[in-house]
Design a protein around this ligand. Sequence first.
Ligand SMILES: [Mg+2]
Length: 184
Amino acid sequence: MIMRILVDMDGVIADFEGGFLQRWRDQHPDKSYIPIADRRGFYIQAQYPEDYAPDVRAIFQAPGFFRDLPPIPGGLDALRELDALDHEVFICSSPLAHYHNCVLEKYLWVDDQLGPAWIERVVLTRDKTLIHADILIDDRLQIVGREAPTWEHIVYDQPYNRADTGDLKRRLTWETWRAVLLGE
Ligand SMILES: [Mg+2]
């Protein structure tokens, strides 16, 4: 069965947490940091000391942050493989409300990492429930919007989304995706 699959960017194919932590440690070597394995909760600035919040936001609002994010290993190959199996793969990302660099750089990142054909597959929206699909792969646990989603949300497993023990959604990583999505 052909599936339409929405794949989130940050925390799924683009290593937002790794990119943040590297820049944070480079730019603020005097300040404390949270190793990725110890991250809890979706928003980085909510776990860092409150008075760090402006500096935290400045990291991911800066020019070059999104464009330079390293790919999460295995993600781009999985997208190409799903595409080769004729599944309809779309990259579905919610840009920052502070959109100035983020929106352009998300397109640049897809072009750099996957090539111009994948620009056709980019969907940027602040409300993913408006997009019709069979599956949404996303690292954020709570995805709400104006509509009842048509997709099944499969959580991309990350240290910061594991705390919610009441969550019954299926999970995958780019090591387990074939078993979860294709039943292989
Ligand atoms: Mg994400």
